[in-house]
Write a protein that binds this ligand. Sequence first.
Ligand SMILES: [Zn+2]
Length: 482
Amino acid sequence: MRIFVGSLATETNTFSPVPTDLDDFRKLIYFRAGEHPAQPTPFTSVLWVAREFAERHGWTIIEGLCAGASPGGLTTRHAYETLREQLLADLSAAGQLDMVVLQLHGAMVADGYEDCEGDLLQRAREIVPDAVIGVLLDPHCHTTQTMIDAADVIIMMKEYPHTDGIERSRELVQLCLRTASGEIRPRHHLFRCGQISLYHTTEEPMIGYVADMKAVEDGQAILSVSLGHGFPWGDVPEMGTHVLVVSNDAPARGDAIAQRFGEAIRAERGRTCPQLMTLDQCMDSLAQTAERPVVIADCSDNPGGGAPSDSTYIIRRLLAEGYSRIAVGMIWDAQAVRFCKLAGQGARRELRVGGKTCRLSGQPLDFDEVEVTGVVDGATTDFGGAPWPVGTIAGVRTRDVGIVLSTGRVQCSSPDVFAQVNLDLADYDIIIVKSSQHFRAAFSSMGAQVLYVAAPGVDDSNFAALPFRRVRRPLWPLDVEH
Ligand SMILES: [Zn+2]
């Protein structure tokens, strides 16, 4: 068995002003053919699993380019075409293949390409007309018809936070193997739910749906059931929540299951993620309870959704209302990091923080004096069990606040970034994280109350307020019930 693996992934927020260029891939995940290290990254669990299979079964594995960038605005045409050509050149050079297994995101949009994954898969299919092509997607994907037509098996991670990359990768490689050996004939069944929303699988009703999807997969007629959450900040025609079933050539059964799950998800409209608080409601909630610590998820400025991660609305409001013992992680501010690095650990200086990228970043925070608590070059943070590069981070402290600043625009998925710059979260009552859900896995052990807050920002979850132009309508909640 000869298997090719590769990866190209980013999630494009078409409303974000932050361009995604080659450097953004090089800074996060960029391993040329054969250069991938021993441990998996969140975008390369398929490669890691393929190695495991290859070793156990004596397969030949050919490792192509693996590249991934943090979610951001439109990918430049140069970046996409360069990476695509590199990956396809690796594929062309791989010789005769039985399987091609790719880990993509499914919501990558580049200048001139509304459906990067569809474009890539079509070109891959031309190179390997007879090999089995299997694809693992992030659930925040668009799953276009072009992608379905070009691939043999597409499955998605089921959990959000995406903690099941390894598990799903094993399923995918197993399904590709069974297809290559002629044991199964996969067929896709797609049901579009006509809606956009967020689906937190750490809460009901989504915990139950994930369990139900797994229960329906019998390994015989129904091979895989995925819920494509969709990525609401990607304004492309096929965006929206969808169910993708892979059957073993069971057209009626597969369609029926996709429809059954799809209609059930439609019936849950408005109940699949926590209701976000306004900033006013957040202040009321803090005033009403003395329970601390509290974690505030700044959902509208989540770099994991492509936002700048430098808005200041929540912290400014807290300071204005007299709160202290506030920690914030991480504010994307390369200039402030540089100033702190030049000053050195223990130094005290004035500092302007955040509020720089765009109008929705709000006003910067001006501190007359901060203490630099630590600076770490080449830092990483734990993201679902894998180290995630965050660039250089700096910690600063005043009497009232402790802030982690970073040169990498990365969501705060773990408390480990605070410790690295000598900020002890036990000293803080209110912790603001630039993340909307991925922080939950690592922060839950703190036993903190969590408030999901919709301050102004690029990741505004009031979808009706976003200036959609390209997505197919009608779509709930942008349009009246349909
Ligand atoms: Zn995702």
